[in-house]
Design a protein around this ligand. Structure first.
Ligand SMILES: Nc1ncnc2c1ncn2[C@@H]1O[C@H](COP(=O)(O)OP(=O)(O)O)[C@@H](O)[C@H]1O
Ligand SMILES: [Mg+2]
Length: 469
């Protein structure tokens, strides 16, 4: 899990805050309820003490103490009801005290004597064994008699059991609630971020070849809509810039072609004019070579600009790639034999593809041209065409000088050359493989290169097979 992601941080904050608020609320609820129940219990004890005073002790002078004691026992049945009742005379002697409750939950003699309050009070007594007795006391003086201290008590046990139960429920329910709500929050955050993912995916698909496409704009009037609109504006500006630069290269290479042709014609005339001085004719011939090199670069740039403009799709047709590879290998074998290099073409069964035949031939030519150019001495080039899993695969492998690993990622870039001094007549400009790459892209094909310096390179083009028609 990515702990720095916006969804994780949002959910963590949300969950933390929620847990904090819940904890505080539950603690308040628990403490308040505890206080209320304890107060209520002690109020009930005082009330009963007052009851004894008002109904029994008030007539003690007439009824006698024994009557009070027996009536108290009969009415309140302290042993059955787990209650504590004690009536003490002003001199400290006992008029009545309840017995041990039937369930033996406490022993009344364990309750220490209490100095009589001014009128009324209540207290909590902790008994041996840890139980708490809530006792209400009343100092009451019946008419014509000395004062009595009436004590009435009940165990706190039931309240404590209930609070324990509540505590347990809160302790289990709270984390569960936080987990469920946090998970819900996580789903919501995911949902809220889905448009961002869509924008990202759409933006990922946009390359220099489909800059006319735009990102989806959800009409929500929020930051996400703003983001898509801003990104679309940026893509539009990029599109403009790309088109301007393409147009510039296309115009420049086109405009250069006519003067170059004239220049070449004139230089040819000079080089062949026998009336002229020999040295002048030699210099014109060498200039002619340079002009031809320049013409080649201009032509390559022109090809690239037309490919950029999507022109490869014009002559779309279905043809056999094996046959194309064979004829191209035949045509180039003369050039290779001049350098003592053999071209072995392994292309048996027809492999049907769809595309611009002339452009794809250019791919084979450029790859073979490189293989011949960058192989020294007795070389062997292998050209292979076959169908693999719905794809046509064309491979050109040589046993030439190879490409250093640090240069391998750059060889398809425009004007990139590994080291110009590696070829004797340095007529290359580093555009051959960029043209190959552009043609492949226009055909939905992939190209990859592998190389080991000193032992050779191989280029592999993977093109979708033609659909059966
Ligand atoms: N078969 C190969 N063997 C070794 N190096 C190669 C091969 N193909 C291409 N390269 C290297 O990749 C660079 C780019 O190739 P390319 O675009 O065709 O330009 P160039 O015009 O120099 O041939 C070349 O400069 C060359 O050094
Ligand atoms: Mg080349």
């Amino acid at each position: 899990m990515n702990t720095r992601s916006i969804s994780f941080r949002l959910v963590a904050w949300y969950g933390g805050l929620l847990a904090g608020i819940f904890l505080l609320l539950c603690a308040l609820l628990y403490l308040d309820l505890r206080r209320f129940l304890e107060d209520d219990l002690s109020r009930a004890q005082s009330r009963r003490a007052r009851q004894i005073a008002a109904t029994l002790l008030v007539h003690v002078k007439q009824t006698g103490e024994t009557y009070v004691a027996s009536q108290t026992k009969d009415w309140y049945e302290p042993e059955i009801n787990d209650r504590f009742i004690r009536i003490t005379r002003a001199d400290g002697t006992l008029l009545y005290t309840s017995g041990i409750p039937n369930d033996g939950s406490f022993n009344p003699t364990d309750v220490p004597a209490f100095p009589p309050p001014q009128t009324e009070s209540s207290r909590k007594v902790t008994l041996p064994g840890g139980k708490t007795l809530v006792v209400g006391s009343l100092n009451y003086q019946p008419p014509g008699s000395p004062a009595y201290l009436i004590e009435f008590g009940e165990l706190l046990d039931p309240v404590e059991t209930m609070l324990e139960h509540l505590f347990l429920q809160l302790a289990l329910g709270l984390p569960l609630a936080v987990i469920i709500i946090t998970f819900g929050g996580y789903l919501l955050v995911r949902r809220a971020l889905t448009p961002v993912e869509q924008i990202t995916r759409a933006a990922e698909r946009i390359t220099q070849h489909n800059l006319s496409e735009r990102l989806p704009v959800t009409q929500t009037g929020d930051q996400l809509e703003q983001l898509s609109i801003s990104l679309n504006r940026m893509i539009a500006r990029l599109d403009d810039a790309f088109q301007n630069s393409r147009r510039f290269v296309a115009d420049a290479s086109h405009e250069l072609r006519t003067p170059l042709t004239i220049l070449r014609g004139e230089l040819e005339n000079i080089a062949e004019d026998t009336r002229l001085d020999r040295e002048l004719r030699d210099r014109a011939a060498s200039l002619l070579e340079e002009t031809e090199h320049l013409g080649k670069i201009v032509n390559q740039l022109f090809t690239l600009s037309r490919l950029d403009a999507g022109e490869a799709q014009r002559e779309w047709a279905r043809f056999d790639l094996s046959e194309l590879a064979k004829t191209t290998a035949d045509q180039m074998s003369l050039l290779a034999e001049d350098k003592g290099i053999s071209i072995d073409c392994e292309a048996g069964a027809p492999v049907w593809v769809e595309g611009d035949r002339v452009r794809l031939k250019q791919v084979v030519v450029n790859l073979l041209d490189n293989a011949i150019k960058y192989t020294r001495g007795k070389g062997a080039i292998q050209l292979r065409v076959r169908g693999v899993n719905g794809d046509a695969v064309l491979e050109v492998a040589d046993n030439g000088i190879g490409i250093p690993p640090e240069s391998l990622p750059h060889i398809f870039e425009r004007f990139y050359r590994v080291d110009p001094s590696r070829v004797e007549n340095s007529e290359s400009a580093g555009l051959g493989l960029s043209i190959v790459k552009s043609i492949c892209t226009a055909h939905g094909a992939e190209i990859e290169a592998q190389s080991t310096p000193g032992s050779g390179s191989s280029f592999r083009v993977k093109l979708p097979l033609a659909k059966h028609s």
